[in-house]
Design a protein around this ligand. Sequence first.
Ligand SMILES: Nc1ncnc2c1ncn2[C@@H]1O[C@H](COP(=O)(O)OP(=O)(O)O)[C@@H](O)[C@H]1O
Ligand SMILES: [Mg+2]
Length: 196
Amino acid sequence: MIISLTQYKGGVGKTTSAICLATLLSNDAKTLLIDSDPNRSATLWARKGLLPFDVCSDSEAPKRLMSGQYKHTVIDTPARPAADDVKAIAQGADILILPTTPDPLSLSALVQIATELPKGTNYRCLVTLSPPAPQTDGADAIAALQRHGLPVFDRPIRRYKAYIKAADAGVVVKQAPGGGVAWRDWEEVWKELGNG
Ligand SMILES: Nc1ncnc2c1ncn2[C@@H]1O[C@H](COP(=O)(O)OP(=O)(O)O)[C@@H](O)[C@H]1O
Ligand SMILES: [Mg+2]
């Protein structure tokens, strides 16, 4: 399984989602996260060697993949791709995840990307950084994407400090203080991807 993540806009939870998806896949089989983003956020998160999957750069990827030890690959693609890059990214993935925050700018960047994807691309939008109840921004964003006819995960990824703590400590989200609650959202994502 090859999962890629992309978005025109930065700061939408792309790297965080890549780390969480790789965590989920690593429960199934050996997983490689390819950090293609020059900002190297995923590599930084992995620096302590405490994650249950491997992380490598673009240039190391061919050698790693040739070793044949990985069943799953997650690709954190470069920030601010050109439209042509997005097409190539879509073609190289089994499923493309488009993360977005609930704000209008991020949502319109997403609608833009969706219109540019090659026909038949298997993709799903994921609303991230959803503010706590009683705010309804996450659910509203999901409804707006559904109105546009875009495939979107039923539930948003909620905003929790656990994500920032996990990145800081170099561990998976579940292991950070408060991470147990935050992680439930990813268990739902996993189910929606057709597992469990
Ligand atoms: N669900 C979340 N809750 C709280 N903070 C989050 C969440 N998702 C991401 N963040 C934080 O938001 C910032 C941007 O997320 P990141 O995954 O780096 O986005 P991108 O890769 O799209 O630039 C980071 O500081 C990250 O720790
Ligand atoms: Mg990033």
